[in-house]
Write a protein that binds this ligand. Sequence first.
Ligand code: ATP
Length: 202
Amino acid sequence: KKYIVGLTGGIASGKTTVANLFAQYGIDLVDADVIAREVVSIGSDGLNAIKQHFGQGILLADNSLDRAALRAKVFNNPEQRLWLNNLLHPMIRHRMLDQVQASTSAYVIMVVPLLFENHLDSLVDTTLVVDIAPELQVSRTMQRDGVSKEQVEHILASQMTREQRLALADNIIDNQGEHEQLRSQVFRLHQQYLQQATDLET
Ligand code: ATP
């Protein structure tokens, strides 16, 4: 049995930044975004099922998934969205747990942007939320992605609120300060998780 930390946070909160700091201590990362792309990669069972269901038009010329076309199919269509989620979520879940089992580090970090929204917190032993104020989410996303304030606010509105997420967190990382402050919080949590992983074994 592996000790699993579920790392989450809103858009541009710093999940990737934090995950990479844990990786520097030799901790293996399981990234839900990476796996979500793998299960619909060219030639995958997931992509084949999508093609059977929506037709050849859902593929681009190189046989990869036309993400914009798929988004259009499920946009405002709860039935099709449910079909897609019922197909992909079990595949993603399965692959994530496979990677956890293959890991050899003392514990594993699962990076899942919608950990609570998609009820994946049931898979993890403890949850860690990276927290920043919504105003910082807006400015950091605009800076990183070159998008408008309105676009970021639209994404924020589609996610759980800061208060809802914090209420569900076992631990919280404040990422509003300097990188050095982040590093020391990660170090303390790493020690805590090493201990919790050991406790799990005994
Ligand atoms: P997403 O949910 O969009 O994938 P994320 O939660 O993984 O984002 P990161 O990509 O780690 O967030 O960080 C978002 C942006 O904010 C990046 O451009 C990153 O360099 C920057 N950033 C992260 N932490 C800090 C910090 N403490 N100070 C300033 N900028 C930061």
